[in-house]
Design a protein around this ligand. Structure first.
Ligand SMILES: [Mg+2]
Length: 240
């Protein structure tokens, strides 16, 4: 049900990325991708997958691997990777620490906008108990023509939620996601608290256009309030 808009609300909508923001999934996804590639004769570690392929589509990654190997991966390669991701999710996926209490303290309408396919979003959010907090306001890149870093998914989510782009706030952990929000004309906060984040990740998010960066979800409700009190607020602010 749509909430009544209040003038004092800093934003009309908060859009959350899923992987690396709501769930600490990127390490698991890289491990599954590496394991499946290795099983098909392309030896690679999870760290190497992270460095080379994180934030890029699996299709692009597969084309690169196939060109290197000089032969094709199986037709159902992507399904095999996702089967391994779902197997690992079921045993080890965790919510981002303190995301429950952050969400409980945010009174604004919220939604999810993820590059992942619907099955992956559903498996993730159900596993950590966040599905009911967002459903049915959960959007996947399969619903738009161009994925992140294009703005399509965030603009689609805003339209579905009947919010003007400039009145939306995005929470993202990837450079592609920050770029997508900036292209959509939405202020974006960069989260660098995921277990996949390396030193300097927060700085990279800020350089990409995040208006502020943070590594602890307990900071988020206060950050939203502070940013909302500063109309026209832009880069240069840091919430460390
Ligand atoms: Mg992400």
């Amino acid at each position: 049900m749509k909430k009544t808009r209040r003038d004092k609300d800093p934003f009309d909508l908060v859009i959350f990325d899923c992987d690396g923001v709501l769930v600490d999934s990127e390490v698991i996804s890289c491990a599954a991708h590496a394991e499946t590639l290795t099983r098909h004769g392309y030896k690679i570690t999870a760290d190497q997958v992270f460095d080379r392929f994180l934030g890029r589509s699996m299709r692009q990654a597969s084309l690169e691997v196939e060109a290197e190997m000089g032969r094709s991966l199986p037709d159902d390669f992507h399904a095999q990777v996702y089967a391994e991701i779902f197997r690992l999710f079921a045993v080890s996926l965790q919510a981002t620490p303190h995301v429950d209490e952050a969400l409980a303290a945010i009174a604004l309408p919220v939604c999810v906008a993820s590059s992942g396919p619907p099955e992956k979003i559903s498996a993730s959010l159900n596993r950590v108990g966040l599905w009911d907090r967002f459903a049915p306001h959960i959007f996947s890149a399969v619903q738009v023509r161009n994925g992140k870093p294009a703005p399509d998914l965030f603009l689609f989510a805003a339209a579905q939620m009947q919010a003007a782009p400039a009145r939306c706030l995005v929470i993202e952990d990837s450079l592609a996601g920050i770029a997508a929000a900036v292209a959509a004309g939405m202020p974006v906060l960069g989260f660098y608290g995921g277990s996949h984040c390396r030193p300097g990740h927060g700085d990279r998010l800020r350089a990409a256009g995040a208006v502020a960066v943070f590594a602890d979800m307990r900071q988020l409700p206060d950050l939203i309030a502070r940013i909302g009190q500063k109309p026209g607020f832009v880069a240069g602010f840091s919430a460390l």
